[in-house]
Design a protein around this ligand. Structure first.
Ligand code: OAD
Length: 244
C-alpha cells in the first residue's frame, strides 16, 4: 500500500484539469522493452544507427527490420493495469489529457480517448519521400519493405532523433500542461525533450506534480510527490483512493 500525502489527497478531490505524461515504463509491465535501463533497447542498439533519417538513408533494410521486430513485440502485448487506470481517470476528471512518448498504441487499445502521441505510432506507416500515409497491411513475415505509389520507401510513422514533432500535437501538449492543476509523470526517464519539459511547465504554471517511476529521475527534485514503484501497481492504488 502506498501512502498518499494529504496535499495530494486534496488535489485529487479538487483538481479539474489533469494531465499525464507517460513514457516507456508504463508499457514495461505489458512486456514492451524500455529504451534505457538494464533491459533497455538502447543498450543493445545505438539510436544513431537506427532511429534517424541518416540511418534510414544509409541502411533502410536494417532500420525497417528493427521496427518490424518492435512491431512484432507490440502486436503480441496487451495493456496493463496502469493503462486501464488512466482510462478510469479520464472518465473521472472534468478535463483529462494524456500525453505519451510511446509509439505502441497501448493507451488507445486500453480505451483512452484523448491521447496526444508526441512520437507518432509504430503501427502507422508513411512514405519517406512524399510523407503520404501508407494504409496497407505490413507483411511482418516476409520482412519486405513496401514502396509508395511515388516510388519512395515506406517508413514507420514515428519521430526519429533530429526530426520535428507534429506542431499541432506539440502545441496541444504544451497547452494542456500549462492549464493542469494536477500533473502525473509516469514511467519516463524524463531526459528526451521537448516531452521532458512538460512536467516542469505544468509545475511552473501552478500544477501539483506527481512522479511515478522505479527510480529517481531529473524530475524527482521538482516533483511535489514521488512514488517509487511500478505504475501498474501505484496508479490503481491512487484510483482506489479516488473511488473511496
Ligand atoms: P526510457 O526507457 O528512457 O525510460 C523508461 C523509464 O521507465 C525509466 O526511468 C524506468 O525507471 C521507468 N520504468 C520502467 N519500468 C517501470 C514500471 N513498471 N513502472 C514505472 N516506471 C518504470 O523511456 P522514455 O522516457 O519513454 O523516443 O524515453 C523517451 C524517448 O526516448 C522515447 O519516446 C524514445 C526514446 O528515444 C523516440 O523514439 C523519439
Amino acid at each position: 500500500m502506498i501512502e498518499i500525502p494529504s496535499d495530494l489527497n486534496k488535489m485529487l478531490e479538487t483538481a479539474e484539469s489533469v494531465a499525464v505524461l507517460t513514457g516507456a515504463g508504463i508499457s514495461a509491465e505489458s512486456g514492451v522493452p524500455t529504451f534505457r535501463g538494464e533491459e533497455g533497447l538502447w543498450k543493445k542498439f545505438r539510436p544513431e544507427e537506427l532511429a534517424t533519417v541518416d540511418a534510414f538513408m544509409q541502411n533502410p533494410d536494417m532500420v525497417w527490420e528493427w521496427y518490424l521486430f518492435r512491431r512484432n513485440i507490440i502486436n503480441e502485448v496487451r495493456p496493463n493495469p496502469g493503462h486501464y487506470t488512466l482510462v478510469e481517470m479520464e472518465a473521472y476528471f472534468k478535463n483529462f489529457d494524456l500525453i505519451t512518448q510511446n509509439v505502441d498504441g497501448l493507451h488507445t487499445a486500453a480505451g483512452s480517448k484523448k491521447v496526444w502521441e508526441l512520437h507518432g505510432n509504430i503501427m502507422r506507416s508513411k512514405c519517406f519521400d512524399c510523407s503520404k500515409p501508407f494504409a496497407e497491411d505490413i507483411d511482418i513475415e516476409s520482412g519486405i519493405m513496401p514502396v509508395c505509389q511515388c516510388g519512395g520507401k515506406i517508413r514507420p510513422d514515428v519521430v526519429w532523433f533530429g526530426e520535428m514533432l507534429s506542431a499541432e500535437i506539440l502545441n496541444k501538449a504544451f497547452s494542456v500542461s500549462e492549464r493542469a492543476d494536477l500533473f502525473f509523470s509516469v514511467g519516463t526517464s524524463a531526459i528526451v525533450h521537448p516531452a521532458a519539459s512538460m512536467p516542469a511547465i505544468a509545475k511552473r504554471n501552478g500544477a501539483y506534480l506527481v512522479e511515478i517511476n522505479l527510480e529517481p529521475t531529473p524530475l524527482s527534485d521538482i516533483a511535489d510527490c514521488s512514488f517509487m514503484g511500478k505504475s501498474g501497481e501505484i496508479l490503481p492504488e491512487i484510483m482506489e483512493r479516488l473511488k473511496r
